[in-house]
Design a binder for this molecule. Structure first.
Ligand code: NAP
Length: 484
């Protein structure tokens, strides 16, 4: 790990600047607990400055043609791509993700922003037939204005790009509030885009606490839209705080994702996908498989395959071992939740197939490494089957008929992603249609694609991210009616 303590300031109007009251906070490595960076903590006065800069930049940016914006955005992402190794290194330092995965995340984020740059020139309006021969009716879409983008720590650059892409393409200005856990990589990504040609005031970064700075942004009258990814309780607080100013809000929130493994499934594939989605990024993913329902007749074979897949995964120092599958968990609270879910399940009769806690030889001294864990004989009363673990822990229960499996899968306050494994086309269609989630993946785990809408049902979200649909989260609609 680096022994150098990095210094990060606020980024307002293209300038590095300390916060109004000079306060700072520290970022520590999840690998060994060492301090990584000292970061300026923005205040409400800094929000005023950033909003003023963003409003001025918005006027100029939204006046460009969509073709001009597309070209500027593509130049900026081309520059950001060249910095992917450095931004990936920051992500490894602050979040614990192996550096190779962090680099890929940055490149994928550039692809997402480019996807939306292409959409900028396809924001079409309509011309309507009218009730009178001298009337003309035209509907156009215009950028909403200054957007506050509030992001979590699990995919700090990727989840930022899901919001930056449509915001910049439609002509909006942005103020980013990354989480205090991982402020470095998203800030570096935004600086890279500005260095590549995005106007400084258009993309501002204010690190600082959610409860104070985040809340000030959400309530600010100069902010027209909030786009946030995070936990469901925080999302509900943000929606309530945004209500007095009637802001447009989109929220991508928590998940507790079920997987159904049918009797006719390709068990090898189901186990691979379940392990990938259950354990990748240490299970710190909204779309992580948290609970699996497997048909009684294939349960033994599936569990053996899942255990083998879990045990194949390597744990390692995210910088020294760039190709490791898993690094440390990002937060101490996360480790505690994973431990508590395992203990709760075991106390209620679950069987530990593999994992269950820290490895006997840890790649780091910080106590954040946690083995991929499979719990068999899980029951609906166990926390792992009801709550978002956000750690590398998967509970597996048995079902005997598909109606029961669908009922169990839908018995959740969350509705983000469901996974289904079957070789039968009719089952694939019928069960997908009955699953209560915004996304259903049949026989795979490639959940997020730029072209597919990602919309949480129930406590998992509000509004849409990704796909062409997300563009309209950043636009206002205007009907212009003429009498000739
Ligand atoms: P979190 O605690 O809810 O925080 C998310 C962001 O909101 C952080 O930047 C946080 O700032 C900020 N925040 C907290 N309170 C706020 C307030 N009152 N007003 C404005 N902003 C506030 O979530 P997290 O622990 O970082 O992330 C994990 C959660 O994100 C999980 O539940 C996961 O499922 C969810 N997630 C969802 C998706 C999806 O697409 N559906 C994707 C990834 C993650 P500070 O942290 O700096 O205080």
């Amino acid at each position: 790990m680096s022994s150098l303590l990095l210094q990060h300031d606020l980024f307002i109007d293209g300038q590095e600047t300390p916060s109004a009251d000079g306060r700072r906070f520290e970022v520590r490595s999840p690998h060994d607990g060492a301090p990584v960076a000292s970061v300026a903590a923005a205040t409400a006065a800094d929000v005023d400055r950033a909003v003023a800069a963003a409003q001025a930049a918005f006027l100029a940016w939204s006046a460009l043609t969509a073709y001009e914006r597309e070209s500027r955005i593509r130049k900026a992402t081309a520059h950001a791509r060249t910095l992917a190794p450095e931004i990936g290194r920051l992500m490894a330092l602050e979040q614990g993700k192996p550096i190779n995965q962090g680099c890929s995340e940055v490149l994928g984020a550039c692809d997402t922003i480019d996807y939306y740059a292409a959409e900028a020139v396809r924001i079409e309006g309509t011309i309507n037939p009218t009730e009178h021969r001298d009337y003309r009716s035209m509907v156009i879409h215009q950028p909403i204005g200054v957007c506050a983008v509030i992001t979590p720590w699990n995919y700090p650059v990727s989840l930022l790009s899901w919001k930056l892409g449509p915001a910049l393409a439609t002509g909006c200005a942005v103020i980013v509030k990354p989480t205090t856990v991982t402020p470095l990589s998203p800030a570096a990504f935004c600086r890279a885009l500005v260095a590549g040609g995005i106007p400084g005031g258009l993309l501002n970064v204010l690190p600082g606490s959610g409860a104070t700075l985040g809340d000030a942004l959400v309530r600010h009258p100069g902010v027209a839209k909030i786009a946030m990814t995070g936990s469901s309780p925080t999302g509900k607080r943000i929606l309530a705080a945004a209500a007095p100013t009637l802001k447009k809000v989109s929220l991508e929130l928590g998940g507790q994702c079920p997987a159904i493994v049918c009797v006719d499934a390709d068990l090898g594939n189901a186990a691979k996908v379940a392990a990938y989605k259950g354990f990748r990024n240490c299970g710190q993913s909204c779309s992580a498989v948290n609970r699996i329902f497997v048909h009684r007749d294939v349960a033994k074979s599936f569990l053996e395959k899942l255990r083998a897949e879990a045990e194949k995964l390597t744990l390692g120092d995210p910088l020294a071992n760039p190709a490791a599958d898993l690094g440390p968990m990002a937060t101490a609270d996360g480790v505690e939740t994973a431990r508590a879910h395992v203990a709760d399940a075991l106390s209620k009769g679950a069987r530990l197939l593999t994992g269950g806690g820290a490895p006997s030889v840890s790649p780091g001294p910080g106590g954040r490494y946690f083995l991929p864990t499979v719990l068999a004989d899980a029951t609906p009363d166990m926390r792992v089957m009801r709550e978002e673990t956000f750690g590398p822990v998967v509970g597996v229960a048995i079902f005997t008929d598909l109606d029961e499996a669908v009922r169990l899968a839908n018995d959740s306050d969350y509705g983000l992603v469901s996974y289904l494994f079957t070789r039968d086309l009719a089952t694939a269609h019928r069960v997908s249609e009955r699953l209560e989630s915004g996304t259903v993946c049949v026989n795979h785990g490639a959940v997020n694609t730029n072209y597919g809408p990602y919309a949480g049902w129930k406590d998992s979200g509000y509004g849409v991210e990704l796909s062409r649909r997300a563009v309209f989260e950043y636009l206002k609609t205007k009907h212009i009616k003429f009498q000739l």
